[in-house]
Write a protein that binds this ligand. Sequence first.
Ligand code: FES
Length: 252
Amino acid sequence: MLQLATAIKKSEIADNIFELVLKTELHKYTLRPGQFVHVRVSKSTEHVLRRPISISNIDYDNNEITIVFRAEGAGTRKLAEINEGETLDFLMPLGNGYDITAAAGGSHVLIVGGGIGVPPLYELSKQLKERGVKTTHVLGFNSKKDVFYEAEFKNLGETYIATADGTYGSAGFVTDVIQKLGTDFNQFYACGPKVMLKVLDETMPMDGFISLEERMGCGFGVCYACVCETKAGGHLKICTDGPVFEKGAVVL
Ligand code: FES
C-alpha cells in the first residue's frame, strides 16, 4: 500500500550509514520484523526507481518506523539529503518477514548480521525478547567506522562484534566468532551479504532463517527482477516469497 511519511529524525550512525525515523499511519498495519519498505528517494523524475530499505524499529505507540540505509548509489545518496520535516512516500509492508513464532519462549537463538543486513535484526531481536526468547547476537562489519547499533543489541542480549580489518571487536568474520561460541542454539536468524549467508546456510547444524538483500524493481511481485533459484529446482521472488527463507531453501 502506498503510504506517506514525515521524516522526524535523521542521523548518520556510522560511515555513510543513515538512520531515518518516519512518522506514518502505522496503526493501519501489522508489520513483521524483516519486512521492508520500498521508498521513492526523490520527488523529482531523476530517480524514479524505488529503493528497498529494511525497517529496524517499529513503534506503534508513536506511529513511527525507523529505516536504515547505506548512501552508496545516486538514489540512496539523494535520500540521505532529506531534511527533518520533509515527506516521502513508500510502499509497505513488503516481503514476508521473519517467523518469530518458530522460536519458542525459553529457547536460545543466534542472530547473525553483516553490514547493512544488521538493521532488521534489531526489531527481530526485540520481538523475540518480548516472547521470552534469549538472543545472542554476532554482528560483522568491515571496519570500526562501519559499526552501528552495538549498544542497542547489547541491551537485548549478549553481543559480539567482528570487523574484517580487526580495528574493532574480534578480527575476522562472524563465522570466526561463531566457531568460538559453538552452535548450541535452538535456531538461527541471519541477514547480510550472500557470502555470509551461504556459509551459515551450509554449516549451521540447527534450523534457521536467512534474509536476502537484493536490488528490486517493483517490490510487489510483477517485474521478476528479484527472482532466485530454489534448491528444489524452482524459482521464487525475493520481494514477495522472501526476503526471508528457511535454511536450505534457496541457492545462494
Ligand atoms: Fe519485481 Fe520482485 S521486485 S517481482
